[in-house]
Structures are given as C-alpha cells and as structure tokens.
Ligand binder design. Structure first.
Ligand SMILES: [Zn+2]
Ligand SMILES: [Zn+2]
Ligand SMILES: [Zn+2]
Length: 291
C-alpha cells in the first residue's frame, strides 16, 4: 500500500500515513492560528493508521477540553491534533513532501480566520475526495445521517423484475474500506450480466446500503455467483462485518414513466418509448432507465 512519509524540522520525529488519508484540509480556527502561527493544513486519518517514530520526542498539549495537540520537543514543529474522545488524528501537512500532488479540498472555520488571510481556493472536488470527506466526518442532524451514494448503470432500459435491498454494518473504518473494495469488484462484475439494470449504493457512517435492479431472478443469481460469492464466504468464514441484511423484492406495481417535453413543457408518458411529444410533436429525449 502506498504511504505518505513525513518528518519534523529536526528529523527526530517521523510519521507515516496511509495514502488514503483525507486532505489537504485547512483549519482557520482561532486555536490553530495561535498554535500553528497561522492556519493548520492537515491530513486526517484513523489514529491506528498513523505510524510514529521518535515518539519519545513528542509532547502533547491539551489545547481545549476536546482536543490535544502535539509538537516535537527538539525543534518545536507542530505535529498533530487529536480529539480526546474519538479515533481520528489530524497530522500537519507541512511535515510531508511539499511536492505532493494534493490540493486543498476543504476549508474549516473560515469565519474565524484573520482578516488579512485569503482562504485557499477549493476547486472542483474529485469523486474520491468527495467520498473520503463524506466518510471522514459523518454528519448527523436530528434523525438524518448523511454520507455518499453512487449509481452505476448498465443502460438496460427494461423495467426491473426483481429489486435487491441490502444493508451492511462495518465494525470500524478499516472494515468499511474492505466492504467498499468488495462492493466495487462486485459492481464491476454485475455489468457483465445482461440482465443487470443498475445499482445505487453508498455509505452513511459505518453503514452501507445497496438497491440493485435486475430483469429477473435468474440474472441476479448468475451475477451473484461471481466476486460477490467470495465476499459472502469471507463474511461467514471469518470475523468480518458487524451486521448484515439482504432481501429480494418483486414489484407490486410498475407505474408509468413520465418525462417533461423541453419544448412545450408537457409531461409525457414515455413507458411505450415513443419519441415525439404528443402535444407539440417535438423530438423527445431517450426514455431514462427505470432504475
Ligand atoms: Zn523535531
Ligand atoms: Zn483549527
Ligand atoms: Zn411538447
């Protein structure tokens, strides 16, 4: 696995992070301004995933009730911030190779930044960065939990004959990554099955879900005998995943599929695939897939 290698100014403290560490994130909060002498550019990862050498030179300072910060006792380089409760660690981006091909993907606490500093511009974010961010800081509001979702479509226009609904709970972030790797492989193999329609899948926190549409049960069974089967064997053969539920549903009713005509605004029933608007006769776009 590729890694990021960093060191403090004097070299007494060294750190290794997984390449998948989230960042660069820039924190402009008042605490970081004081403690770093400026904003804090950081990589965030699981505490267990960061490896430190020269730990005897690391000093920790309690910067607030919720957070601790570390620095090198020899040279004073700011090393990291970690919440007192929780499993994550934010490591100074300045410790790493300055030629690293990374961009700023998020500014935190911009409202607290000094008036004389411009926040780093955040450009278009890559799908990988977006997913990493959504997983790194799960957002919860009342009963709603936020995460990310992905749709992968085969382009199969047929109405689904069966729908599979599943959810799976990871015990920790490392396990979640293992589930996501399996899921990527399985989805790629589904595309080889002609009866596959499409899948919507994602994660909120440690809980993954899928909604998968198939032409019929036979096509689903054929596809599930691929890499998906390997995942199921691991799941039942070793200590992998905290909880899981799967189900297969058949439709009670498949309703009409409506599409808005861009010329006249009429809502057209496109279930029969006709391509001219019945009101203005303008050419309609292709009917979207059912799922
Ligand atoms: Zn040092
Ligand atoms: Zn901060
Ligand atoms: Zn029309």
């Amino acid at each position: 696995m590729a890694e990021l290698h960093g060191a403090c100014h004097c070299g007494a403290v060294r750190v290794t992070l997984p390449e998948a560490a989230v960042g660069v994130v820039v924190c402009h909060c008042a605490d970081c301004q004081k403690l770093h002498g400026g904003s804090f550019a950081l990589f965030a990862t699981d505490r267990a995933a960061a490896r430190w050498e020269g730990e005897e030179h690391i000093r920790w300072y309690s910067s607030s009730a919720a957070n601790e910060r570390s620095f090198c006792a020899q040279c004073g380089s700011r090393l990291a911030k970690r919440p007192v409760e929780g499993s994550r660690i934010m490591v100074s981006a300045g410790l790493f190779d300055l030629g690293l091909k990374r961009r700023v993907i998020k500014n935190l606490w911009e409202e607290q930044k000094p008036a004389w500093i411009e926040a780093q511009r955040v450009g278009p974010i890559s799908p990988q960065d977006f997913v990493a961010l959504a997983l790194a800081e799960p957002i919860q509001s009342e009963d709603a939990q936020y995460g990310y979702s992905t749709r992968m479509s085969s382009g199969n226009p047929k109405p689904p004959g069966v729908i599979a609904l599943t959810w799976i709970a990871a015990a920790d972030p490392a396990e979640r990554e293992r589930i996501r790797a399996h899921s990527r492989q399985a989805t790629q193999s589904f595309l080889a099955e002609p009866g596959f329609i499409s899948i919507v899948t994602g994660f909120t926190g440690l809980r993954g879900f899928t909604v998968t549409a198939w032409e019929d049960e036979a096509s689903m069974q054929r596809a599930l005998s691929g890499p998906h089967r390997v995942a199921m064997l691991e799941l039942f053969g070793e200590r992998f995943v905290a909880a899981v539920w799967t189900s297969v549903w058949t439709p009670t009713r498949i309703n009409r599929l409506w599409l808005r005509c861009v010329s006249c605004g009429a809502l057209e029933d496109l279930s029969d695939d006709h391509r001219d608007c019945t009101r203005c006769h303008a050419q309609l776009p292709e009917r979207p897939a059912y799922w």
